[in-house]
Design a protein around this ligand. Structure first.
Ligand SMILES: CC(=O)N[C@H]1[C@@H](OP(=O)(O)O)O[C@H](CO)[C@@H](O)[C@@H]1O
Ligand SMILES: [Mg+2]
Length: 498
């Protein structure tokens, strides 16, 4: 998938999808790095040849690649480079043109499960819409949606694809959901995530000012609605990111105060609803539901899951591949990063139980119908903002909840996420799912001593995997304390990082 997700429009990159439509298996990342770092054409051919031999790749098997791109202006040029490489290596390929990242994951799984007992769907874009819409209709039953949802598409590929999906869903006049699509301009790719970049030279250093004015990343990072949107009180609003694999919800209350409903909220809502459905369907004992989070999950969400929902929580290192892997260990694994990337995965055993179970009463039967529909609605290959959006809307409709009732399930601890540039971020090495630093020596002890002074204090430090920076996260009982803790931990990092 050729995309740079929530990054500025000038950036681009690739996401590699494995044959089951999931994230690329981690051991392959190192091979991809070797190929990407080959310094000349000759070095590339040699590295390619060496990997083929070392990994004992059977060159008699005809390789097949499916690819797509997002709306970035550099996409077509990268596609031509990719096609040249595929032709040079004798690879059969399908160009799926413009797609969201999760749609390409879906198509990949469909292709590789066709004709098996695990057939996932029709391997094309239309198949995606048909499967999603049919399961949405089935799960909806006669439930009513309380007003529209407004979706900010970050001026990315999610806009046209959401408009297409809407054509397959029941219209609001038929009792369906009204979806208002905004920020869906893909004619001007430079509006993606609507970035305004001022570069001003102020001695002694250059100042870069990036203003991302829409999209899920803007909303999460700035904890406010995109400036272009003027939400009416208690109306549901959502934002996608540039390749539509992240989703954020938010609303303003009667006093116009902004409330963010992030990935932790979507995870808790999904876990609550699916747990209830399983119990009401008579499958409670036979479906082990669990939630997977990272250290960035708000501490209040973790307490809510363990203490109120009484469900197990696993914490993994940052990066969806880790969460996804851990989620597959449960019968039903709900995983989300706080930034809105996540999904629900059902194990093969769980799917069999859900599909075979004979309901013992009309009430069990109706819960079971909804649960079955959800297994088809939810994109199980990867986090998918479009199917997650429909999932949230269904749950709220079933519970007759507005965003306020959803928000009231627990109160987020005030938190702060900072980013610090140091000489060498790689000296910051972590353990315990990135919650503790083991190097540089002594730094964790300083952080621990500081955290102990704050009520409900928690803080951790790790090197970013995607940027040349160290991230500092802090939460505490009040906003002032969270900010203060983050600033002090940042000072420790700066001193250790020089
Ligand atoms: C704090 C944070 O949001 N980190 C993001 C970010 O990773 P870093 O390793 O923190 O740069 O990008 C990843 C890829 O999109 C995403 O999975 C992750 O959640
Ligand atoms: Mg993305």
């Amino acid at each position: 998938m050729i995309t740079a997700s929530h990054n500025p429009p000038d950036d681009n990159g690739v996401k590699l999808v494995d044959p089951m439509g999931e994230m690329l298996e981690q051991s392959w990342e190192a091979y991809a790095t070797i190929l990407a770092n080959a310094e000349s054409d000759q070095a590339l051919v040699e590295a390619y040849g060496k990997l083929t031999t070392d990994l004992k790749v059977d060159t008699n098997v005809k390789p097949r690649v499916v690819f797509a791109r997002d709306t970035r202006a550099s996409g077509p040029r990268l596609v031509s480079a990719l096609v040249a490489a595929l032709e040079a290596s004798g690879t059969e390929y399908t160009d799926c043109k413009l797609l969201t990242t999760p749609q390409l994951h879906y198509i990949t799984r469909c292709l590789n499960t066709k004709g098996t007992a695990y057939e996932y769907g029709e391997p094309n874009e239309q198949g995606y819409y048909e499967k999603t819409a049919a399961s949405f209709k089935a799960a909806m039953g006669h439930k009513k949606f309380n007003g529209p949802v407004t979706v900010d598409c970050a001026n990315g590929v999610g806009g046209p694809k959401l408009r297409e999906l809407i054509k397959y869903l029941p219209s609001s006049s038929e009792g369906g959901l009204e979806i208002k699509v905004v920020n869906d301009d893909v004619v001007e790719p430079e509006r993606l995530n609507y970035q305004v970049r001022h570069i001003g030279s102020v001695a002694p250093s250059t100042i870069w000012l990036n203003i991302m004015q829409c999209g899920a990343d803007f909303v999460k990072t700035n904890q406010r609605a995109p400036p272009s949107s003027h939400p009416t009180p208690l109306a549901r609003c959502a934002s996608l990111d540039g390749d539509a694999d992240r989703l954020m919800y938010y609303f303003v209350d009667a006093d116009n105060v902004f409330h963010l409903l992030d990935g932790d909220r979507i995870a808790t809502l999904a876990a609550l609803f699916i747990g209830d459905l399983a119990r009401n369907a008579g499958l409670g004992e036979r479906l082990k539901v669990g939630v997977v989070q990272t250290a960035y999950a708000n501490g209040a969400s973790t307490s809510y899951i363990t203490q109120d929902l009484k469900l197990p929580v696993v914490c993994t290192p940052t990066g969806v591949k880790h969460l996804h892997h851990a989620a597959t260990k449960f019968d039903v694994g709900v995983y989300f990063e706080a930034n809105g990337h996540g999904t629900v995965v059902f194990s093969d055993v769980a799917l069999k139980r859900i599909n075979k179970y004979e309901p013992q009463s009309p009430a069990q039967s109706s819960s079971l119908d909804v649960l079955r529909a959800l297994t088809a609605l939810i994109n199980q290959t990867v986090g998918d903002a479009l199917s997650d959006l429909l999932l949230v809307e269904l749950i709220l409709a079933h519970k007759s909840w507005g965003p306020k009732e959803w928000d009231l399930t627990y109160t987020d601890l005030p938190n702060r996420l900072g980013r610090i540039e140091v000489a060498d971020r790689n000296i910051f090495k972590t353990t315990d799912a990135e919650r503790k630093l083991e190097s540089p020596p002594g730094v964790q002890a300083q952080i621990d001593a500081l955290v102990g002074k704050y009520k409900n204090g928690r803080s951790f430090v790790r090197a970013s995997g995607t940027e040349d920076a160290v991230r500092v996260y802090a939460e505490a009982a009040t906003k002032g304390e969270a900010d203060d803790l983050a600033a002090k931990v940042a000072d420790i990092v700066k001193r250790a990082g020089v």
